[in-house]
Design a protein around this ligand. Structure first.
Ligand code: ADP
Length: 637
């Protein structure tokens, strides 16, 4: 195929534009980005060659080589990794492939970044960062295991277009050549390259080499020391996770995190440990600072990268961690697993189970320490990842206790919406309170004025506010310090045990009226009874203890699930004057049409209060207006 001129996708153009015009001072990170791609390409080749040795082409001497050409003003970073076909290079270097592209570009457009170009270095800017220092970039690449004549040359001057043409290449892999801008020639200098490589890419497992000229002390010719060219390895190559903790600086940990996660912010926690005994492995894990954009998508790939004795086996090994810790990033390097493990083998492997258990324990332990020693940092973490972590209450019964210590909730006693732990809740329980009360909802403001809370407020009982969809699942089976969780909107709540006689009297007084209401609403509700939770509001709808919340019911229906029809219970407040008036009217005129209308109105109000829709809004509106007319007429005389 001949040379073709192609246009970059819009988002690449935008990114390139930013790269070229950025005033960013740490332009040297382009080396980190290209070296990182080269290292990934070698990992892929090495892994695929385990099952297809033809890919090796007889060359197992994995390395990344940096060469410079002073006269041409170019720096080239070469790898003998997997390489790319023509199609692959067009799709990889003509678009931005990684997830979260839109968000990434949006972030680059923010005022904050524009005014402070230093910030762009935090982003995983990838291959395109080469255009910060180069006015032209040439990529020569050949897929491992293909003919020497089937290579591809890609070239662009970042003017919106790039060319691809067929080419020849002796070795497999990729050469990325940067034609440096006039004022960026510093990257031709040996010491500059060395310092950048050691700063950003020291942990890269493959040797990053460069030819350097050395004087040989032992050989003198014509009175001068003989100069020889030697290949020197610039990086220490020690896989960072295998190093001693005390030898690793925080920046190094953070750099490595960014390398593996494509996140641009520093992690919130680093968890680095070695396990010995029944299973031998090293793990370097990170708790990110922010929820990755894609974590709630189905396509999200969870799990640390799995290595076996330093050979990368797979990118995301989900068997290594439980789903409720899926936000954890990092690497695990096992000494016990066979090199040829497949995803299928991993599913039922004892070693993997042991690693999983040990990581889970370690992560939960780290979070517990974090909560103890850095409560502010922990809360920040919790607000980001709490709703994922909570799933563990349901799915990891054995660790329920440990996980419940990590939970925080807002509550009605903290008007500013501050979070409290379950321990804090229990510690503040007044005498006489036996259970932990909670209310679910969609926002703190909506919930905190809920009529269901009237009696609790009066008694001084705190009620936890649960706003996450998973909350309803988890409290079902949860106990904390042998205390049960009770919904403020479900079951028969009697906070005042002493008032039994009062309650009996009221029941007798309203029995006939309650029967009438029951009869009229028999299609809608399963029971009508006096309420122990209301103080000011006339009535409300509640469920039995095991019933689904109306919000949950809606959610399940939206998910297309079959939800059994579950009638609610109407609770009426005997202390509210409306019932006394209705009772009087009932005694005077058993078949009163107004009474019927009031019952419907009360039921509709109760529906509105719980956030449900009323059956006939038009009838509701006209009934309310009719009542208003009566009131207004009365007021006007
Ligand atoms: P990222 O590395 O975040 O995916 P880049 O823009 O740096 O983004 O690279 C895009 C893609 O180009 C890579 O995902 C990879 O598929 C391909 N690529 C880049 N460099 C190389 C290389 N040296 N060898 C093989 N493929 C490469």
């Amino acid at each position: 195929m001949s040379k073709t001129n192609l246009e970059f996708k819009t988002e690449v153009k935008q990114l390139l534009d930013l790269m070229i015009h950025s005033l960013y001072s740490h332009k040297e990170i382009f080396i980190r980005e290209i070296v990182s791609n080269a290292s990934d390409a070698i990992d892929k080749a090495r892994y695929e060659s385990l099952t297809n040795s033809a890919l090796l082409e007889g060359d197992k001497d994995w390395k990344i080589k940096i060469t410079t050409d002073i006269e041409a003003g170019t720096i080239t970073i070469s790898d003998n990794g997997i390489g790319m076909t023509r199609d692959e290079i067009v799709s990889s270097l003509g678009t931005i492939a990684h997830s979260g592209t839109k968000e990434f570009l949006a972030a680059l457009q923010t005022k904050e970044v524009k005014e402070n170009p230093e910030l762009i270095g935090q982003f995983g800017v990838g291959f395109y960062s080469s255009f910060m220092v180069a006015d032209k970039v040439t990529v020569l690449t050949r897929k491992a295991g293909t003919e020497k004549s089937s290579a591809t040359k890609w070239e662009s001057a970042a003017d919106g277009f790039y060319t691809v043409e067929d080419a020849e290449k002796e070795g497999k892999g990729t050469d990325v050549t940067l034609h440096l801008k006039e004022d960026e020639k510093t990257y031709l200098k040996e010491w500059e390259i060395k310092s950048v490589v050691t700063k950003y890419s020291d942990y890269i497992e493959h040797p990053i080499v460069m030819d350097v000229e050395r004087e040989k002390d032992s050989e003198i010719k014509d009175g001068e020391k003989v100069k020889v060219i030697e290949e020197e390895t610039l990086n220490s190559q020690k896989a960072i996770w295998l190093k001693d903790k005390s030898d690793i600086k925080k920046e190094e940990y953070n750099e490595f995190y960014k390398h593996i996660s494509h996140d641009y912010t520093d992690p919130a926690q680093v968890i680095h440990f070695k396990a010995e005994g029944t299973s031998e492995f090293s793990a370097l894990l990170y708790v990110p600072s922010n929820v990755p954009m894609d974590i709630f998508y189905k396509e999200y790939k969870m799990g640390p990268t799995l290595y076996v004795r330093r050979v990368q086996i797979m990118d995301h090994c989900e068997q290594l961690i439980p789903r409720y810790l899926r936000f954890i990033k990092g690497v695990v390097d096992s000494s016990d697993l066979p090199l040829n493990v497949s995803r299928e083998i991993l599913q039922s492997n004892r070693q993997v189970d042991i690693i999983n258990k040990s990581i889970t324990k370690k992560v939960l332990g780290t979070l517990t320490d974090m909560k103890k020693n850095d409560s502010e940092g922990y809360l920040k973490f919790y607000k980001e990842f709490g709703k994922i972590l909570k799933e563990g209450i349901h799915f990891d019964a054995g660790r329920q206790e440990a996980i419940s210590e990590l939970l925080f909730f807002q509550s009605i006693n903290k008007a500013d919406g501050a979070y409290i732990s379950l321990q804090q809740y229990v510690d503040a329980m007044p005498e006489g309170q036996e259970d932990i009360y909670y209310i679910t909802g969609t926002s703190y403001d909506q919930v905190k004025t809920s009529p269901y809370l009237e009696a609790f407020k009066e008694k001084g009982y705190n009620v936890l506010v649960m706003l996450d969809e998973v909350d309803d699942f988890i409290v079902g089976g949860l106990q904390y310090k042998e205390k049960k969780f009770k919904s403020a909107t479900k079951g028969d709540i009697t906070l005042d045990k002493g008032n039994e006689t009062e309650k009996k009297e009221a029941e007798e007084k309203y029995q006939a009226l309650i029967e009438l209401i029951k009869d009229q609403l028999k299609e809608e509700v399963k029971d009508v009874r006096l309420s122990g939770r209301l103080k000011d509001t006339a009535c409300c709808l509640v469920g039995d203890e095991g019933d689904l919340d109306p919000q949950m019911e809606k959610m399940f229906k939206a998910m297309g699930q079959n939800v059994p029809v579950n009638k609610r219970i109407l609770e009426i407040n005997a202390a509210h004057p409306i019932f006394n008036s209705m009772k009087n009217l009932f005694e005077k005129e058993k078949n009163s049409a107004s009474l019927k209308e009031y019952i419907t109105l009360l039921y509709d109000q109760a529906l509105l209060l719980e956030g449900s829709k009323i059956k006939d809004p038009a009838a509701f509106a006209s009934a309310v207006t009719r009542l208003m007319v009566r009131e207004v007429d009365k007021a006007a005389g």
